[in-house]
Design a protein around this ligand. Sequence first.
Ligand SMILES: Cc1cc2nc3c(=O)[nH]c(=O)nc-3n(C[C@H](O)[C@H](O)[C@H](O)COP(=O)(O)OP(=O)(O)OC[C@H]3O[C@@H](n4cnc5c(N)ncnc54)[C@H](O)[C@@H]3O)c2cc1C
Length: 443
Amino acid sequence: MASPLDIVVVGAGLSGLAAAIQCALSGHRVTVLEGAKELAEIGAGLQLTPNSTRLLEKWAVYQNINGPCEPATCTVYNYKGKVLAHEDGFDKNNRRKYHAPFADCHRVDLQKALAERAEELGVSIELGTRVTAMNLDADGKDGGNAKRARVMTTENGQVFEADLVVGADGLWSTTRSAFSGCKDAPLPTGDLAFRIVLRLEQVEDERLRKMVKEPGVRFWIGPDAHVVAYSMRGGTMYNVVLLVPDDLPESVARIEGSLDEMRGLFEGWDPVLTQLLECVDRVDKWKLMHREELASWISPQYNLVLIGDSCHPMLPYLAQGANSSIEDGAVLGLLLAPPHFTSSSQLPETLELFQQLRKTRGEAIARETFKQRRDFHLRDGPEQQERDELFLRQLGQSLKGAFPSRWTCPEVQPWLYGYDAVKEVETALAQRKSGAGVDMPQL
Ligand SMILES: Cc1cc2nc3c(=O)[nH]c(=O)nc-3n(C[C@H](O)[C@H](O)[C@H](O)COP(=O)(O)OP(=O)(O)OC[C@H]3O[C@@H](n4cnc5c(N)ncnc54)[C@H](O)[C@@H]3O)c2cc1C
């Protein structure tokens, strides 16, 4: 790259590190500012779907994740334990259809593998560096017209200058507020998650131990609630998330949960699940939040772009928050690569194209997560019976048409998992070069 950009990424989460990697591969000088003092175990398990694992493989990151588990089965039970949907060979089917794995891992293992790769590519990751303010109207380099951004931090009071700031600071984004000029706080979705990580040694029952050791994805769906469970770290850990109506006070986003309360909420559910919950010795309670859609993800000065949860947070019901954030980082970095990108003067058209490709998809996925909630959380009654009949009519057969679990739905799954960021960028650039309009992403 003859004139590399100075890029400052705010946040060393999954979107920020993905953007850092692809921007460094495109030849830019990248600094990542992270408020946390270390990349610690925040959150728990993550399901990685082929739309992001194909990027992680391309970046040589996937290979360095600690013990990803590819689930051999995907099963939906009703809350009493009756099988509503089941797919054998889920791992192989994903690889065959999408040429990339579906895999479950611990969030911190992915974050560390991404950070390692970014540093190998020359990215500087500044931990303990919380961004507090930004000036998007600093003077251009060498008196040029483009406005540079100045990013202010606390702790040591350092100021960083950049041609482009990437706001990847998550749900509680400071860059989003600096950019929109108002503090629009995240909104409650009405649900919360009890997050549980079980170590194999906590589980004594042989049948349950087999569930941990032999990876499969399991859902239990019931009135106003559902549960998802899967193995990680080579089958030595089990991640369980219980999704229920939110009863946390408005001001509380996360607290340690009560085991009795948690077990009480699932009384009368499938005995396999309730037995599993007996093994739990600690649970965290997370309010699930989202945000209003923004009019734009890019600043009028074309020196700030938002990605990931800062601009399209969603319910975790399709496991797409991180996966779609990784797509964002890849598309951004690929659009900033030579030969099509050679100078900062191309930032306006490049960021407009980024927004055109990513905003529609990110927001559509977020809306789809709410549809999955509706289908999974039906109360007992005619709608639930109709849904279960739709499930059961296709049990043991190859699925056709819209299906209540989007995890295997033949209409939604290809749209989510089949997305190829590299192809998307190549096609858009070819269309732009030929003078034809760029197609909007398929919905
Ligand atoms: C219960 C639950 C289960 C989930 N399961 C899945 C799943 O299976 N699959 C999936 O794809 N997604 C899942 N998600 C969603 C996923 O975790 C998020 O969408 C994803 O982490 C978003 O990545 P991000 O980089 O945008 O933000 P984050 O991961 O939140 O990272 C933001 C980073 O910015 C830093 N930061 C914040 N403010 C500042 C500042 N001012 N200065 C410097 N640094 C700052 C933070 O410390 C953090 O490191 C789940 C979410 C929940 C709640």
